[in-house]
Write a protein that binds this ligand. Structure first.
Ligand SMILES: Nc1ncnc2c1ncn2[C@@H]1O[C@H](COP(=O)(O)OP(=O)(O)OP(=O)(O)O)[C@@H](O)[C@H]1O
Ligand SMILES: [Mg+2]
Length: 278
């Protein structure tokens, strides 16, 4: 639990209850509920088109919900825009990270919030401070970058995700929303990113982790929300569900069992050397 929240220990950082969202006639979300607590990781799992991105766009202030309630630190809210969300401590890391690939790592770390020194005509960017701080903050998250002057485009996808997470922590986010941070990564890099997701949680942030991958979710998650075609079909605390069951539900549960049955029984087609092959 974070110290800031200790005065009101029972108030969630973010709470959605019965939230729906329509795009014209398309029902993108219906009756979805989710709670984000300080020091907790809530995972949102679902297949393509399930409504995951729509859900986080509401939390990030990009879209507004059409029905239900959305409270930030206990206060009913409709966020006007992403800046509004940021001001309330909600930082979102999108899959296509908004970075400037040719700029140094430290420049990207402070992008839009550059500290200055001196005043009047002598005012200039405090480059030294930015270099030192970027290195120190990344080190605090366990990333020992040899050279913070290297262009951020030269970092791996996983390292870039980590820089984005470290940045959100440094700038005082209370809620960190991550849209499929491991989707494009291999096994090892996914592990590194998940470590920093856990580090953000240990720093007291409330984390919302969106993923297709039940294994990744189960490695770090405290709570799991399952979405299908815009509706919630499961909401489980970690001690209520096993990895096997989570995987089964994600894979379509009984639908997958039926498919396995069919595949087992179907004779191999001719061109694959089935019984009719010459
Ligand atoms: N701007 C939009 N206008 C109309 N329909 C939309 C819009 N954005 C999303 N949708 C529809 O809403 C539904 C949910 O989309 P969403 O992007 O939230 O799914 P997702 O779970 O993030 O999928 P993916 O895993 O493919 O990213 C889909 O049917 C999608 O086609
Ligand atoms: Mg999406």
């Amino acid at each position: 639990m974070s110290e800031k929240n200790s005065e009101q220990p029972n108030v969630p950082l973010v709470e959605l209850a019965g939230v729906s969202k329509y795009y014209g006639n398309i029902r993108a979300l219906e009756d979805v509920s989710l709670t984000v607590n300080a020091g907790d990781i809530t995972c949102v799992l679902g297949d393509n088109g399930a409504g995951k991105s729509t859900l986080i766009k509401i939390i990030a202030g990009l879209h507004q919900h059409d029905a239900g309630s959305f409270a930030v630190e206990g206060e009913e809210t409709k966020l006007a825009n992403p800046r509004d969300a940021l001001n309330r401590g909600i930082a979102t890391v999108y899959q296509d990270l908004a970075v400037v690939p040719l700029m140094p790592v430290w420049r990207n770390f402070f992008l839009g919030s550059e500290p200055t020194k001196g005043s009047g005509p002598f005012k200039r960017l405090d480059v030294d401070f930015m270099r030192r701080t970027t290195h120190a903050e990344l080190l605090r998250m366990g990333i020992d970058l040899r050279d913070v002057d290297q262009p951020i485009g030269t970092l791996s996808g996983g390292e870039r995700q980590c820089v984005a997470i470290a940045r959100a922590v440094y700038f005082g986010a209370k809620v960190l929303v991550l849209d499929e941070p491991t989707a494009a990564l291999g096994v090892k890099q996914s592990g590194v990113v998940l470590k920093y997701v856990a580090a953000a949680r240990d720093a007291g942030l409330g984390v919302v982790l969106i993923t297709h991958n039940p294994h990744h979710a189960y490695l770090v998650g405290d709570h799991f929300i399952l979405l299908k075609r815009g509706a919630m079909f499961g909401s489980h605390a970690r001690d209520e569900i096993s990895l096997d069951e989570l995987t089964r539900q994600m894979a379509g549960g009984s639908e997958l069992d039926d498919l396995r049955h069919e595949l087992e029984r179907a004779p191999a087609p001719r061109h694959l050397g089935g019984p009719d092959a010459a």
